[in-house]
Design a protein around this ligand. Structure first.
Ligand code: URA
Length: 586
């Protein structure tokens, strides 16, 4: 019989669990034989030692099949789901759904309520008077077959293992683990029955992933899980340093979604919706490439089909569709306060998280699960990062339940609006795209190891941390990071530390030169991938063949490929020493 303690020890020791072992762990946990404390210990071991892609796929599938799974087979066509890792002012589902349905892509969307800044898609939809979001599975499927779209709260008990495990992670400091985050998100997507998945992975201060490098790693991991599970998966990386669009708050966001479906929405919201919808249309087989997809989608906005589909959706789910033509019929807050620019100039960065939290304090979101949302309250940014504003021009409108709330919110947010004389560049919105065919599994693994090693760098003087990872012929990966010294010259670089570790790992020291390094990756936080120093090049030439590939990367994932021979042509090597008769006897 498999004992939980042995599985925990195996993961603690950095070994991979087999499919059978993972199944025993999950079954035991779900049937109560394995208690929370053992699952927690296992999760902590994953935080430290990660999971192989095989483990990750199995673990995700086990969570996906731990409860009900939705079958969308009755709905003709390719069903494409979308998931956003969450951000401030993110109302893309309200725009994407009708837009895709308008060009004939079936939209069977299960959405959630929000915990945090603003409500989730379901809370936003429920700000439309009369709108029902609790549909039975058969009503849900029937509606998609009839009008091409349904957006409803989750039916059934999808991925209950994820729910329980997430509860544990929340209180055992094990949320921040790339494999655990990726498997948690993907388990719910796999259980929801779509054939293909588009992931909007947000990056920035208002997002779960704060850096592009982390977001790319998460995105690539989820795309790989999707691929292994037989679902075509694409990830788009998008900026969440400032709120998306202008509105933050449930009814305010519905209003903005209506404007966007009319072709009159904020440019950033329209752009991300078209980008994501184009990827979804391609996966659904409706368009061959992004240009064709965007043409079809833009036509549906221009000729009113997209907005008509939203009207049809609202009517089908019992809502008051007159809000399409009369958005003023959506819930409105009794107190509106405007914050104006004190001087003319360019507006600086608007930190997404601070605006999200301010909207939550107004009542637009939930701090606790049981909090009740006020659909009417929220914020509207009247200007965005990089805009030129005149003195007295509105910067923000606060929609509040009381005058005191409105004044407090204005006072809180005023310092965040910095207007200066120098032009400020508006942030780039779409930061990248990862498709399954773009993923080089081996390269990603080596770079991930170098990233991780970099975190151990000792760099109190330069603060310039570098990580290196070497792949050895037997498949092992050996890593190193730079270690500095108050006597600067004693500093050792990441590459050298990794190579020395690989050499020391050889049993036969006579064969030390044949450390069998077959690939090298170096990661640094520099604008361009940073090349190794001269000393490291000489050490590489000692222990690696000239054609050994070297991947140089920065934290944003920009990569330069080279070889040991290119880095140090005409290197002084032990062969030259060996061929010198005089020196042989020294
Ligand atoms: N969202 C999820 O669904 N799961 C995580 O682990 C993190 C974010």
């Amino acid at each position: 019989m498999v004992r939980a303690v042995d599985l925990i020890a195996k993961k603690r020791n950095g070994l991979a669990l087999s499919a059978e072992e993972l199944r025993a762990l999950m079954d035991g946990y779900m049937n109560g034989a394995i208690p929370d404390y053992q699952m927690s210990a296992f999760l902590m071991a994953v935080v430290w030692n990660g999971m192989t892609i095989e483990e990750l796929t199995e673990f995700t599938q086990l969570m996906a099949h731990s409860g009900d799974t939705l079958s969308l087979d009755e709905i003709p066509g390719v069903k494409v789901d979308k998931h956003s890792t969450g951000g401030v002012g993110d109302k893309t589902t309200l725009v994407l759904g009708p837009l895709l349905a308008a060009i004939g892509v079936p939209v069977a969307k299960m959405s959630g309520r929000g915990l945090g800044h603003t409500g989730g898609t379901i809370d936003k939809l429920e700000s439309i008077p009369g709108m029902q979001t609790a549909l039975s599975t058969s009503q849900f499927i029937e509606q998609v077959k009839r009008i091409g779209i349904a957006i409803a709260g989750q039916t059934g008990d999808l991925a209950p293992a994820d729910k329980r495990i997430y509860g544990l992670r929340d209180v055992t400091a094990t949320v921040e683990s790339l494999p655990l985050i990726a498997s948690s998100i993907m388990s719910k997507k796999l259980a929801s029955g779509a054939n293909a998945i588009v992931l909007d992975v947000k990056v920035g201060s208002g997002a779960f992933m704060k850096t592009l490098a982390d977001a790319k790693r998460l995105a690539a991991t989820m795309v790989r899980i999707g691929r292994e599970a037989g679902r075509s998966t694409v990830a788009v990386l998008s900026n969440m340093n400032e709120p998306l669009g202008r509105a933050i708050g449930n009814a305010l966001e519905v209003k903005e979604a209506i404007a966007t479906l009319r072709g009159q929405g904020p440019a950033d919201l329209a752009e991300i919706c078209l980008t994501l919808a184009a990827e979804m249309a391609i996966l659904a087989g409706r368009a061959a490439d992004p240009d064709e997809a965007r043409r079809l989608l833009q036509q549906a906005i221009d000729d009113g089909r997209a907005l008509a589909k939203f009207r049809e959706l609202i009517e089908a789910q019992g809502g008051d569709a007159s809000v399409i033509d009369h958005p003023e019929r959506l819930p409105a807050a009794p107190h509106v306060q405007t914050l104006r620019a004190e001087r003319a100039g360019y507006l600086g960065a608007l930190p997404a998280l601070a605006f999200g939290e301010a909207a939550m304090r107004l009542g637009a979101g939930r701090a606790l699960k049981e909090d009740v949302i006020d659909p009417a309250v929220g914020l509207v940014l009247e200007a965005k990062t990089g805009d030129y504003v005149e003195a007295g021009q509105p910067l923000l409108t606060v929609h509040a339940a009381s005058e005191a709330d409105a004044l407090r919110c204005v006072a809180e947010l005023q310092p965040l609006f910095v207007v200066g004389s120098d032009p400020v560049e508006a942030p780039a919105l779409v930061l990248g795209r990862i498709r399954a065919e773009d993923i080089d599994v081996d390269q990603d693994e080596l770079l991930a190891a170098a990233h991780e090693a970099r975190e151990a760098a000792y760099v109190p003087y330069s603060h310039f941390a570098v990580g290196a990872a070497l792949r050895l012929r037997d498949g092992r990966i050996v890593t190193g990071a730079n270690i500095e010294n108050a006597s600067y010259g004693l500093t050792n670089c990441a590459e050298r530390n990794a190579i020395f570790a690989a050499v020391l790992g050889r049993k036969d020291k006579q064969q030390a030169r044949k450390a069998d390094i077959v690939e090298i990756a170096v990661v640094a936080g520099s604008p361009d991938p940073v090349p190794p120093c001269g000393a490291c090049r000489q050490v590489m030439a000692e222990f690696c063949a000239p054609d050994t590939p070297v991947i140089l990367a920065n934290l944003e994932g920009h990569i330069r490929r080279t070889t040991v021979g290119e880095l140090l042509p005409g290197a002084f090597t032990p062969e030259q020493l060996a061929s010198s008769p005089g020196l042989q006897h020294v």
